[in-house]
Ligand binder design. Structure first.
Ligand SMILES: [Fe+2]
Ligand SMILES: [Fe+2]
Length: 366
């Protein structure tokens, strides 16, 4: 459906956009025409010149507030694991922030799957597989390994990756906010402590929104994609809200499986860049919003670095949600915000933990 309609889903950014973001500008389209024969074939420039949308709002959506007195709003929440020393030395740093992503942290991230062990897990996994099928269909994606015959038709280019990223991130920002909101209301209603879950869940939602805002700097969705996102959010928010009231444990497992898929998606995209299949991203700089949020060091600000950071975030969400899905939802504290009696014993940390891609078992953390 949307594969065929994908020509109209993203607007190109205005030509006044600065160099790193002119991926969809008229100038770059002309360059792409020259580059097309070398890699993507004759259809790329034609496909990228897709927008018939008015451009009055393009580029202004992420601009500073439109106010005579206010210059800018501060970023209150920083990335939980942002680097603060401007290098990727392979060492964790401890100053204002707890940890940094090291190059090794990010490269050690692997695709992983937690087996479904009970009926609730199986329900969560089936729903994610259904959602994955729908998203693949909607964004014109197919794993080439599964079907080599259609590999060419479903070859991913920069534009198709961006459509997929924007759609995925617009959905991914919902669960943390719903879970955090419901636990917040429950804490108020019952006049009881929450023991650290709300902060982690809202922080996850914020982190996902930062992923979305970052991709929005590279391409702006057109009216058709906005409609799809509106519909998806309306359905998904309400379904997740009701599901979280019934079985929060299944919901966290669902998010754990969803994040497994996110890690797979970003891993494929990173491989595509490194294999030279996405030439427009070879030297594309990460947007400023991303450089600030992840505090990306100076020599690590390319598109591939950005995807490594985002994949590390998704891997952490995978671990956190699988762990939360193992806990007693009513009694257990959040192990990721906990102080332990004996910190020398292994316990959940804020940085990605390559030894626990599928989370911690309850007996090991509470
Ligand atoms: Fe994300
Ligand atoms: Fe995520």
């Amino acid at each position: 459906m949307m594969c065929a309609q994908a020509r109209g889903v993203l607007r190109r950014l205005p030509t006044s956009t600065t160099a790193p973001y002119r991926l969809w500008s008229a100038a770059s389209l002309r360059q792409d025409k020259n580059a097309k024969a070398s890699h993507h074939g004759p259809h790329l420039a034609q496909k990228m010149n897709f927008s018939t949308s008015k451009q009055q709002s393009s580029g202004n959506l992420l601009a500073p507030p439109d106010s005579g007195k206010i210059k800018e709003t501060k970023i209150i929440w920083h990335h939980p694991i942002a680097s603060d020393n401007g290098t990727l030395s392979g060492e964790h740093t401890h100053t204002e922030c707890s940890y940094s992503y090291s190059e090794k942290d990010m490269r050690d991230i692997c695709v992983a799957h937690r087996d479904a062990r009970c009926m609730s897990d199986k329900v969560a996994l089936s729903l994610v597989r259904l959602l994955r099928w729908g998203t693949d269909f909607a964004t014109g994606y197919r794993n080439p390994k599964k079907d080599e015959r259609v590999a060419k038709r479903f070859l991913m280019d920069e534009r198709k990756w961006l459509i997929r990223f924007i759609f995925l991130e617009s959905v991914a920002g919902v669960p943390g906010m719903v879970g955090g909101m419901l636990r917040h209301l429950k804490s108020i209603r019952q006049m009881k402590r929450d023991h650290g879950w709300i902060e982690s869940l809202i922080e996850e939602a914020y982190n996902e929104r930062m992923h979305l805002l970052t991709f929005m700097k590279l391409a702006e969705p057109g009216p058709f994609m906005r409609l799809i996102i509106l519909g998806a959010q309306g359905v998904f928010f309400n379904m997740f809200f009701l599901s979280y009231l019934i079985s929060p444990r299944t919901c966290h497992r669902f998010v754990g499986y969803l994040e497994e898929e996110a890690v797979i998606t970003y891993t494929h995209a990173i491989h595509d860049i490194e294999a030279g299949k996405l030439p427009l991203w070879n030297n594309l700089a990460a947007p400023d919003i991303a450089v600030k949020y992840w505090e990306m060091p100076e020599r690590k600000r390319q598109m591939v670095d950005l995807l490594l950071y985002i994949r590390a975030d998704e891997a952490k969400h995978r671990e956190v949600n699988h762990t939360l899905g193992n806990l007693d939802q009513k009694k257990d504290p959040n192990p990721y915000t906990a102080e332990y009696h004996d910190p020398s014993q292994p316990h959940p940390i804020e940085a990605p933990d390559p030894k626990r891609p599928c989370g911690w078992e309850r007996r090991d953390v509470v």
